[in-house]
Design a protein around this ligand. Structure first.
Ligand SMILES: *Cc1c(COP(=O)(O)O)cnc(C)c1O
Length: 519
């Protein structure tokens, strides 16, 4: 390689401007040649059903189509292209073994309506996964069908509501700490409850006294994320459970952060009645654009009879799908998902668990916590941390260190893009000013962490040295630079409109019609 070539950024070469496929092809072209159909009668075989107007689909050759989608895929920063330090999201490596097993024809080619007698292996797989989940959490039952964490929360609160109504004791309020993930209050509101926020204390945890003061016999549930969204373990979790139970409320735990404590703590032992798990966070199934997720909910004995259908039961070594409740006297909340849930994710999660083993899972949670603490310790001298460490699986910083620099948390995140990293989570949790939440996961090597730490320190030093202009201009190397994020959210351009002269008759006019030029 010559010296001059070295100055050309390969990164940039992958970030070609890519027009829409509609702008590249043209409706009058086609990439396939079909022989003229034999027409026995000599007439037009399509007759009156022949299309009168072009439908406006672009014609391109096969290589053009392949290149278009490949280039688009290269614009997508992914967990396979680099460190994804998003906090709260647990962007974890997806082992290829999981993918291989999910594609086995005996699993990948199943039809969800096949008779149970022909899919005994698949049902056994779901039953085995359920066993792992109940064993790891120390809770007796699990509803497997929810499709994501938020869906799991909804199902959890639906079972709580059903259990309370069954007791003849419907209640009106759900208590949620102010540091909660946004899905928690949203779920409680969607279930018809009034949401009451509980303040945190100076240690970044739930303020136990304020929680106790807010409890009363019309509280249906207390929802707590543990480890919480500040990346800290709620040390008072047992006392929170006791306090909730004393007034007859259920204790819901948001288990999206379970990856920090797997194999070390069983939520059932902490007094938790109900908790969703994110297979796509804790157990390495793909998520984020690559979805779909899977959010099974583990349930206490009191909530199990209300679990949604369908689920797998075993009798004398045979497996069947139960469509009418977990017990003879079960009162299921109904069905929350088509068929049996995200079966492909079940395969991946179980492959991950069985290849790791219980000891491996325990080590993974330990390594995740170690990695986060390494980042916290290394960056603490330059960045400001709102709460004293050690942390759990994610390290939280605030923007006090940027005071008077003219540089914001957002500027720093944008500058990180040019350095080849996905930005960390910013401005969440809301309780911390200018928050930066970094979650490295156990799958990142020390070398990668060191590179990230050096980059973060370099940027911070640049900000402290007063190079405000540099940050204003970031990112420079991405295909899109600073977007008007408010406008992008309020007036998204969701529809491409063909140039007027070739416009076919519109088939539907749903959605806001904003031309691409408005970008
Ligand atoms: C990700 C997350 C959720 C929501 O899970 P989804 O699968 O995205 O619906 C809920 N709570 C916490 C703490 C999370 O990190």
């Amino acid at each position: 390689m010559t010296g001059s070539m070295k100055t050309i950024s390969g990164h940039r070469g992958l970030m070609l401007e890519e027009p829409l496929i509609f702008e590249q092809g043209s409706p009058e072209k086609t990439a396939v040649d079909l022989p003229a159909p034999p027409s026995p009668s000599g007439g037009d075989r399509l007759g009156p059903v022949r299309r009168e107007r072009p439908i406006g689909l672009p014609g391109l050759s096969e290589p053009e189509v392949v290149r278009h989608y490949l280039r688009l895929s290269q614009q997508n920063y992914s967990i396979d292209s680099g460190l994804f330090p998003l906090g709260s999201c647990t962007m974890k490596h997806n082992p290829r073994l999981n993918e291989k097993l999910a594609r086995l024809p005996g699993l990948g080619d199943l039809h969800p309506l096949q008779p149970a007698s022909t899919v005994q292996g698949a049902l056994r797989l779901m039953h085995t996964l359920a066993h792992w989940l109940t064993t790891l959490t120390g809770l007796p039952a699990v509803a497997m069908s929810p499709a994501a964490g938020a869906h799991g929360e909804l199902v959890g609160l639906m079972t709580i509501r059903a259990a309370l109504e069954d007791r003849g004791d419907p209640r009106r309020r759900v208590l949620v700490p102010e540091s909660a993930h946004g899905t928690n209050p949203a779920t409680a509101a969607a279930c018809g409850y009034a949401v009451q926020s509980v303040p945190g204390d100076a240690r970044g945890r739930v303020d136990l006294e304020k929680l106790r003061a807010a409890l009363s016999p019309d509280v249906a549930a207390v929802m707590v994320t543990n480890p919480n969204t500040c990346g800290l373990f709620e040390n008072d979790v047992r006392l929170i459970a006791e306090a909730a139970h004393e007034v007859g409320a259920f204790f819901y735990c948001d288990g999206a952060n379970f990856n920090a404590i797997v194999g070390r703590v069983r939520p059932g032992d902490l007094g938790i009645d109900c908790m969703h798990l994110n297979l796509h966070k804790t157990f390495s199934t793909p998520h984020g654009g690559g979805g779909p997720g899977s959010g099974p909910v583990v349930l206490s004995a009191a909530l199990a009879p209300f679990a949604p259908v369908a689920f797998v039961a075993e009798e004398n070594g045979r497996f069947r799908l139960v469509e009418h409740g977990m017990h003879a006297d079960g009162k299921p909340v109904g069905r929350v998902k088509g068929f049996h849930g995200q079966f492909g994710m079940f395969v991946r999660a179980l492959a991950y668990m069985m290849s790791m083993g219980a000891d491996g899972l325990r080590q993974a949670s330990g390594d995740a916590v170690l990695n986060a603490n390494y980042i916290l310790a290394e960056l603490q001298g330059t960045f400001s941390a709102p709460f004293a460490g050690p942390c759990m699986h994610e390290a939280l910083f605030d923007d006090r260190f940027l005071k008077d620099t003219g540089v914001s948390t957002l500027d720093l995140a944008k500058a990180l893009i040019d350095e080849g990293f996905h930005p960390m989570t910013v401005y969440f949790p809301l309780v911390v000013h200018g928050a930066m939440l970094v979650e490295p996961t156990e799958t990142e090597s020390k070398r990668t962490l060191d590179r990230f730490i050096a980059t973060m320190k370099g940027l911070a030093e640049r900000a402290l040295a007063g190079d405000e202009a540099f940050f204003r201009e970031s990112p420079r190397l991405s295909p899109r630079r600073r977007l008007d994020e408010t406008r992008a959210a309020r007036k998204p351009v969701l529809r491409w409109r063909p140039p007027a002269e070739t416009a076919p008759e519109p088939m539907e006019t749903a959605g806001e019609e904003v031309g691409r030029a408005a970008e």
